[in-house]
Design a protein. Structure first.
Length: 232
C-alpha cells in the first residue's frame, strides 16, 4: 500500500462527526441591541457620520429641495445629475433654478464619459436605509440610479427617510428581507472618499466623492424642534 492508498484508507475508515449546531445569530444581536427610540438612533447615526466628515441636514418633504438648492448655491454647483425617472429627481428638477443644469442618467457611460467624469458637479441618490451602529448609509444601486452616481461626481447628495434607520446591520437585513432578494452590489457608505499616504496626510476625493451630504428626511410631526430650516 502506497502513501496515497494509506491516506484514503484512513479517510474511509473514519466516521463523520455530527454537524455542529449553527450559532443563534438573532439571539446574540437581540441580547446586544440597545433599547432606544427613533430619535436616539437618529442622533447616533448623525454623530457617527459627522465624525467621518459627512455633512448632515435635517429636512422634511416640504423643504428638502430648497435646502439642497441652497447648498448647491453655497458650494457653486451648477451641473447636477439625477436618476432616470425617479420621483425625488423629478421633484428637484421641477424647482431647479435656470442657472442649474439638470442631467439625467439615461444612457450608457461610454456615450457621455467625458461629461460624466469631467463636468458633472454633484449627484442625488436615494438611500435604502441606514445603520446607526456603524454610521452607514445603505444604497442599493438600480438601473435608474447606477453605482457610478455615488462614485463619480465630486459631491454626493443622499436622501434618507428617518424611519429607515436601523440599529445594526442584522436588524436591517431582517426588517428589509435581504434573504428574499437583493442587488448584486449593495453599498455601505459612512463618509466621503478618503485616503492617506505614508506620512498619514488625509486627502478626500481620491477614489470617489470628496463630499457626502446627507439630507435626513423627517416626518412633519417629528421635525418640530429639530428642524434646521436652511443652510448657514
Amino acid at each position: 500500500m502506497n502513501a496515497r492508498q494509506a491516506i484514503l484508507a484512513k479517510l474511509r475508515a473514519s466516521t463523520l462527526s455530527d454537524t455542529p449546531a449553527l450559532p443563534d445569530v438573532a439571539a446574540w444581536y437581540a441580547a446586544q441591541r440597545r433599547t432606544e427610540s427613533r430619535a436616539q438612533r437618529t442622533a447616533r447615526l448623525r454623530s457617527a457620520m459627522e465624525a467621518a466628515h459627512t455633512e448632515v441636514h435635517l429636512v422634511t418633504q416640504a423643504n428638502w429641495t430648497s435646502v439642497l438648492l441652497q447648498l448647491c448655491l453655497a458650494k457653486g454647483l451648477r451641473k447636477f445629475l439625477i436618476g432616470n425617472q425617479t420621483p425625488h429627481g423629478a421633484a428637484l428638477e421641477a424647482c431647479a433654478p435656470p442657472h442649474m443644469e439638470i442631467l439625467h442618467y439615461a444612457q450608457a457611460p461610454a456615450q457621455w464619459q467625458t461629461q460624466l467624469f469631467d463636468e458633472v458637479d454633484a449627484a442625488l441618490t436615494l438611500a435604502q436605509s441606514a445603520i446607526a451602529e456603524t454610521g452607514s448609509l445603505v444604497l442599493w444601486p438600480t438601473p435608474q440610479e447606477p453605482r457610478l452616481m455615488s462614485l463619480v461626481p465630486p459631491v454626493h447628495f443622499v436622501l434618507l427617510e428617518e424611519k429607515n434607520i436601523h440599529a445594526d446591520l442584522h436588524a436591517a437585513i431582517c426588517a428589509e428581507g435581504w434573504t428574499d432578494g437583493m442587488p448584486t452590489n449593495a453599498l455601505l457608505i459612512s463618509g466621503p472618499s478618503k485616503t492617506a499616504d505614508i506620512q498619514q496626510t488625509l486627502a478626500y476625493g481620491a477614489h470617489g466623492p470628496k463630499e457626502l451630504v446627507l439630507l435626513l428626511l423627517q416626518e412633519e410631526g417629528e421635525s418640530e424642534g429639530k428642524q434646521e430650516g436652511g443652510v448657514a
